[in-house]
Structure formats: C-alpha cells, structure tokens
Design a protein. Sequence first.
Length: 205
Amino acid sequence: MKNLKLTYFDFPGGRGEPARLALFLGGIDFEDQRIPSDQWPALKTQMPFHALPVLEVDGKTISQCNTINRYVGRLTDLYPTDPWQAALCDEVMDAIEDIGQQIFSTLFMTDEDEKKRLREALENGPIPVYLNRLQAYLSEHGGEYFADNRLTVADLKVYIWIRHLRSGNLDYISPTLVEQCAPLLVKHFERVNSHARIIAYYQRP
C-alpha cells in the first residue's frame, strides 16, 4: 500500500476536495494535511508551483489538481480505463478549472464596486455558458454521470463546483443560478450528495 499525503487548505471545498472525496470513497488511507490560511504564506514557496493541492506518494510529490484527480481516480477505480471515456472525464474537469479560475480571480478583490461588476458579468455570461454546456454533456452521456456511465472524479469535480455556486458564499452571484440555468445539474448534485460514502464523509467529526 502506498503512503499518501494530500495537502490542501483547511476548508471543505475547492480544488483539493475532489481528491479527498475520491480517496475516502475508495477506502484508501491517506494523510489529510489541511493548511490554515494564516500559515500559507510561509509554506507557499515550498510547493512545486507555489500552489495547492499537492499529493505526496511514498515521499514523491505531484501537483496540479486534475493530475492528482486522475491519479487518485485510478487508485480508487473512479477514473475510466477506456481512452475515450477518460477524455470525456478530463474535458469536464478542465472545463471546471477554466470557469473556476475566472471566479477565483475575483475572490480577493478589495474594490467592492469592481467585484460587483465582474461577478455580475460572470453571472450574466460565462457561468451560464458553462452550466448549459455541462448540462448538455450530462444529457448526451445518459443524464446521470459525465463519463463511463458511472461515478468518476469528473462527477466529484462538478459536484464541488455546483455546491460552491449554490452556497450563497459568492457575493453578487445568485445561489439559485444553477436551478435557473441547469436543473439537470441540480439533480446530478443531489445524486452525488446522496451517495452513502459522501454522506459519511461529511458527517465525520
């Protein structure tokens, strides 16, 4: 058994959460190192690209969230073995990274007027485009999962993003935007959210 340590920020979401979920769903023991935000500046330059998450495997480190998702997906049978299905999985994960980065660029803005302008532009443009496209992909692939007709790391990645959009934590972006634009993604979210292992994960102390 490999010795795994996943390092990410100390909150239940973001780019590191799909890998945490995948490892938990797969029943694979790992060290879940959670970095408080106030400790991050001192640790940042120690990371390969000055970013998180990073995964240590037997003392060797890999970075980039979707690389980590693919690796842990293979360990947990949550990543397709068929090349085409794997590509479908990758496409969805990369799409979430694209739109997620656009939202992330507004997170630490101190000018509230500018933040409001950019967030409203996202709500009226890119976010609905991605929601509609992902909903179409889901429908094209059977309506339940994004690849391989089963739960994969792509589903976990979408699940975490949709949860963030619906959380109400994004000022100037309506928490009902997903319901308005992509009701099939709401059903997908609820399907993943009702998975017994997902429930168990979030019920832990």
